[in-house]
Design a protein around this ligand. Structure first.
Ligand code: NAD
Ligand code: SER
Length: 325
């Protein structure tokens, strides 16, 4: 029997995913029941539409205190440093990603919380992993510090499930594409930046090679995936914190071609940088049958539907004057 969520805490809520997941959770549980936290105060309704607090997840006392203060029963732990940022400062990536997760899990264990969500990533895989239709249970072997923290994080989450019976869940998000909040320093960020530059300038310089193919997902599917996994019947789950999930795979060149169907004059140059090596170590496509079997995961958006929606949303923001220079 799955226990009910009533009061939610979100860490890292000002980021690309948190800023939209927070709104979805407020719509689901009520504004007053979703406590949004980050290292900095975001502008607008994210901080003003419900409880907001500054919380550094590396501070164990602060994490525990905020859970106690608001009578939290469920945590969505999104605070992390992503792959590209992590390679620039691996020591900080280890500290934020591992101490942050440990502090959340310990507070959740001590206070007997109902449930914790901790996202993992396709970054758990590495150069020795099968690249096409990467299986659920396979060789991991990441070569980035971000990937190392995500593998260790999955193991830590599963340990809390096994040892303490804490209900911890997570999926290996692929690259997430969205038009509200810019991504915070990942290798898949090009698949967001390309849309902004297409709409603003009609051209884009890509930091990955044209033939680099990676798994991706549009934000509405990311939100659905997260909420559905958290609502799933615990008794059906054979995996807990490491579900493969995907919606589409494309190369940078294929995405540019899809954008050209709407903007025939769109130009892209390819100037790979250090992120190319990270992308080359990740899967091109993902087998997510475990998620489909254990909690009925199914995406709604393919590359054509996502591209049309991204261009429409960003064109509207450009015309409204809210897209920036
Ligand atoms: P993001 O970089 O956009 O946001 C992360 C947020 O964490 C930021 O607002 C940042 O201020 C905050 N943060 C950083 N250090 C902190 C600290 N010490 N204390 C509190 N907050 C801190 O990231 P995102 O894309 O929203 O990712 C959210 C989660 O999803 C992360 O765990 C990430 O690894 C995972 N994920 C994201 C993607 C993606 O494509 N966006 C893909 C796979 C996995
Ligand atoms: N989008 C993320 C990154 O590129 C994958 O976890 O870092």
């Amino acid at each position: 029997m799955t226990k009910e969520t009533k009061r939610v805490l979100m860490t890292g809520a000002a980021g690309q995913i948190g800023s939209e997941l927070a709104r979805a959770l407020r719509a689901k549980y009520g504004d007053a029941n979703v406590v949004v936290t980050d290292l900095f105060r975001p502008s607008g309704d994210l901080a003003e539409g419900g409880p907001f607090e500054l919380v550094d997840v590396t501070d164990a006392k602060a994490v525990d205190a905020i859970i106690g203060k608001y009578g939290i029963d469920t945590v969505y732990h999104l605070a992390a440093l992503l792959s590209a940022t992590g390679e620039k400062n691996p020591q900080k990536a280890w500290h934020v990603n591992m101490s942050g997760l440990y502090n959340v899990l310990e507070a959740a264990r001590a206070r007997n919380l109902v449930r914790v969500f901790s996202p993992s990533s396709i970054a758990v895989f590495g150069p020795t992993t099968p690249r096409e239709m990467t299986p659920q249970d396979t060789v991991l072997g990441p070569t980035t510090m971000y990937g190392v923290t995500k593998v260790a994080g999955e193991l830590l989450c599963d340990y809390y499930v096994l040892k303490y019976g804490l209900d911890v869940r997570g999926c290996r998000y692929p690259g997430i594409i969205s038009h509200l909040t810019l991504p915070g320093g990942g290798t898949t960020d090009y698949a967001v930046a390309i849309f902004y530059d297409a709409v603003k300038h009609g051209r884009y310089t890509c930091f990955l090679r044209e033939d680099t193919r990676l798994p991706m997902m549009y934000m509405p599917d990311c939100l659905k995936c997260t909420l559905d996994l958290m609502d799933a019947d615990f008794a059906r789950l054979r995996h807990h914190s490491n579900f493969n999930v995907t919606a589409m795979s494309f190369s940078a060149g294929e995405l540019a071609a899809e954008i050209r169907k709407h903007m025939p004059g769109f130009e892209v140059r390819y100037e790979p940088d250090f992120r190319q090596a990270i992308a080359d170590s990740w899967p091109a496509s993902i087998d997510d049958r475990a998620a489909r079997t254990e909690w009925d995961w199914k995406p709604d958006y393919d590359v054509a539907a996502m591209t049309a929606d991204m261009l429409a949303a960003l064109t509207k923001r450009r015309d409204d004057g809210t897209l920036g220079a």
